[in-house]
Design a protein around this ligand. Structure first.
Ligand SMILES: [Zn+2]
Length: 220
């Protein structure tokens, strides 16, 4: 997808500008997985779910809740091929980056990979497209440093235990990518449980990455 195609879409379909997102992902939330809490809590805490989990990711963060215009834009871009939404999703990802990570130094954005067959059918990896948009503007390279080596059933239809089984062994380092000592941000359009991003982090840390965190446009 090229910038000029987006620009032409913007001229032809100015009404395609999505409504402003209204549901920011805001504290109080779990410092690890960003699960929001309705009531105020102690300054820094981990949720009960994270206390039982052995995360590879240092932190998960997102800009928005997966609701309303954000949810519609994510689905429209991914499944509806509404490519003019890419800069909006990029801006919304940037909102999350500014708020949660921009104060630190990062070596690369690493998109959650799609299995090659799914990528071929869809024609693009939505996470790479959105993260690439932000990377250009933030001056942080997009590195497709991970590969899926076998098809997985879409995670959204599975229970947590099934998700972990489904992911096990399906992610490997891309040839030529050396993450040793690097500080990396795994990027995705939406997090549900964070299991996929965490499986990505595990592969990168095992290969020597210094720190791995995750950022999505939206969190369920
Ligand atoms: Zn948590």
């Amino acid at each position: 997808m090229h910038v000029w195609i987006e620009a032409i879409f913007g001229i032809l379909f100015p009404v395609a500008r999505p409504p402003r997102p209204w549901a920011r992902l805001e504290r109080p939330f779990c410092e690890r997985c960003a699960e929001p809490f309705a009531r105020p809590v102690a300054a820094s805490f981990e949720c009960a779910n994270c206390a039982k989990r052995n995360w590879s990711l240092g932190r998960l963060r997102a800009a928005y809740r997966e609701q309303g215009s954000v949810r519609e834009a994510i689905l429209g871009f991914k499944y509806g091929r509404k490519f003019h939404l890419r800069p909006w999703l990029g801006r919304w990802l940037a909102d999350g980056f500014r708020e949660h990570y921009a104060a630190e130094q990062w070596d690369a954005f690493v998109p959650v990979p799609l299995h090659p067959e799914r990528r071929r059918k869809r024609g693009f990896n939505q996470s790479a497209e959105i993260a690439g948009w932000l990377g250009k503007r933030a001056g942080i390279p997009l590195v497709e440093g991970l590969r899926r080596v076998r098809a997985t059933v879409p995670q959204a239809r599975l229970t947590r235990a099934e998700r972990l089984r489904n992911l096990r062994g399906s992610l490997v380092l891309a040839p030529g990518f050396d993450p040793r000592g690097k500080r990396l941000v795994i990027c995705d359009d939406v997090f549900t449980t964070g299991a996929t991003a965490d499986a990505c982090a595990k592969v990168l840390l095992r290969a020597g990455a210094g720190e791995v965190v995750a950022l999505a446009v939206a969190r369920r």
